[in-house]
Design a protein around this ligand. Structure first.
Ligand code: 0O2
Ligand code: 0O2
Length: 212
């Protein structure tokens, strides 16, 4: 157990640091512009049981976990619009506190399950008492609609262990398409929505100024 604690410690540290950094991007957008491409950010260290399951499924030896499992540290950035995802990816490419090793575009190329998201695998340097340690982390960037679908599908996956009955699988694929159309519709009225959000933000700020 102590061995796992030691192994996972840099991943925990990376998640804590990256959550602050990515949430910081949202704060900067709130100060600088009327619209933030980032709605919210979550992060987690993969539970030990899930690490072992994945290693087992993919035939990864235990001494190769660091190199072969890219999402022991996982972050998620949720956006309102698909266009926001592309802006966030450009911002990530411009940062110099980590290196991007790989990008997987499951938005243009959805998975057969219907899953859509943009994945960026990074190498992140963690400062430890023994020096710098570079770890892999996966950042998933998705809209709220993509996240809704993925969260529900993920919980069903626990129940069916990936072996969905065909009617459920078909309904999930239809739901994924509905979520995609929802994103497309929202993008079409994006200008209107952003204008309304900017209006309410200014109104809220004025009220706060009046109070203080
Ligand atoms: P589950 O599986 O939903 O039951 P705080 O920093 O205090 O605001 P906290 O408690 O550290 O928040 O958690 P955070 O950052 O809000 O989100 C952690 C959540 O990330 C998890 O919730 C998962 O819902 C979600 N998550 C699950 N898998 C992944 C993944 O692969 N990548 C990313 N980025 N997030 C994931 P729970 O409650 O731990 O688990
Ligand atoms: P968790 O922590 O339970 O979410 P693989 O893991 O074998 O599928 P690969 O190449 O390692 O493939 O990575 P990939 O497919 O780019 O990203 C894996 C992660 O993306 C998954 O992590 C999920 O978080 C998410 N994901 C990928 N496909 C689906 C899908 O069909 N449905 C849902 N809900 N999420 C998906 P894990 O390992 O499942 O872990």
């Amino acid at each position: 157990m102590k061995h796992w604690d030691q192994f996972l410690a840099p991943y925990k540290q990376a998640i804590d640091e990256l959550k602050v950094k990515l949430r910081g991007m949202r704060v900067q957008f709130d100060l600088d512009s009327d619209h933030s491409p980032i709605e919210f950010v979550t992060g987690r260290v993969k539970p030990i049981a899930s690490i072992l399951d994945k290693a087992n499924q993919k035939g990864i030896p235990l001494d190769k976990l660091e190199e072969e499992i890219q999402d022991i540290a996982g972050l998620r950035i949720m956006c309102q619009f698909v266009e926001d995802i592309h802006l966030v990816v450009r911002l990530l490419r411009n940062r110099n506190d980590f290196e991007i090793l790989e990008e997987r575009d499951y938005i243009s190329h959805k998975k057969t399950s219907g899953y859509r998201s943009y994945h960026v695998v990074i190498q992140y340097p963690v400062q430890t008492i023994h020096g710098e340690k570079k770890i892999l982390a996966e950042i998933q960037i998705r809209t709220l609609a993509m996240n809704f679908w993925a969260t529900i599908e993920h919980s069903l996956n626990y129940k069916y262990k990936g072996m969905f009955p065909s009617d459920i699988q078909m309904r999930l694929q239809r739901a994924a398409e509905a979520a995609f159309r929802l994103d497309e519709e929202m993008s079409l009225i994006r200008g209107e929505i952003k204008e309304a959000q900017a209006f309410f933000t200014r109104k809220k700020e004025l009220k706060q100024q009046e109070k203080s």
